[in-house]
Design a protein around this ligand. Structure first.
Ligand code: G3P
Length: 212
């Protein structure tokens, strides 16, 4: 399973660049950085040699397509994030015909993911954390999407998004998701286990008793 970082913060991206396979951003993450959007995306593309999702903010399809064409000029690795709406899927279809890769975002059901794939999306992003937040089963939705994509041979890759804790990453990997996009704080937690800390501490203490 590929790991992306879910942030627009270039310091976090530099810190994890050795590990990650790509980057996802969204308007909320970009707004925290207080810098021009295109400048941030260009800098990220200079750090990570993998897909970098940049989201459109238009509502109607022609304007989404226009924004997508401009964003895709920034770098060959830019993937256009488009919300799961009828207009969004019309834009995805047009962009797919132009060879511009898309990541369909704000997906909360298997039907939405089916429509994203049929529209020609390169990636789909089910938001597992937000589904769980409202009492749903985020990973159940991911399982349904993977099952449907396998049955029909869709090449759309599934990005498990809205990841909130390490268990989400384990479950994404167990289900065979293509990618999990993970905030930096959760990425760091993946390395950790209390028994590792206790073990390191004990080894170092015992090492003090070895004659030097
Ligand atoms: O980037 C999209 C998604 O990962 C957002 O996550 O935590 O805002 O639901 P969250």
């Amino acid at each position: 399973m590929k790991l992306y970082i879910d942030t627009a913060n270039v310091a976090d991206i530099r810190e994890m660049a050795w590990l990650i396979d790509g980057v996802t951003t969204n308007p909320s993450l970009v707004s925290r950085e207080k810098r021009p959007f295109a400048e941030i995306i260009a800098e990220i593309c200079g750090i990570v040699d993998g897909p970098v999702s940049a989201e459109v903010t238009a509502i109607d399809a022609p304007e989404m397509v226009a924004q997508a064409r401009e964003l895709s000029k920034i770098d060959k690795n830019v993937v256009i994030k488009i919300p799961m709406t009828i207009a969004g899927m019309q834009a995805v279809k047009t962009l797919s015909g132009e060879g511009i890769r898309t990541n369909v975002t704000l997906a909360f059901s298997a039907n939405q993911a089916l429509l994203a794939a049929k529209s020609g999306a390169s990636f789909v992003s089910p938001f597992v954390g937000r589904i769980d937040d409202v009492g749903g089963d985020g990973m159940g939705v991911v399982a349904e999407i993977l099952d449907i994509y396998q049955t029909y041979g869709f090449s759309t890759e599934v990005i498990v998004a809205s990841v909130r804790h390490p268990r989400h990453v384990i479950e994404a990997a167990l289900l065979g998701a293509d990618i999990a996009t993970v905030p930096n704080d959760v990425l760091k937690k993946l390395f950790c286990h209390p028994l590792t800390d206790i073990g390191v501490e004990r080894f170092l203490k015992d090492w003090e008793g070895v004659p030097k």
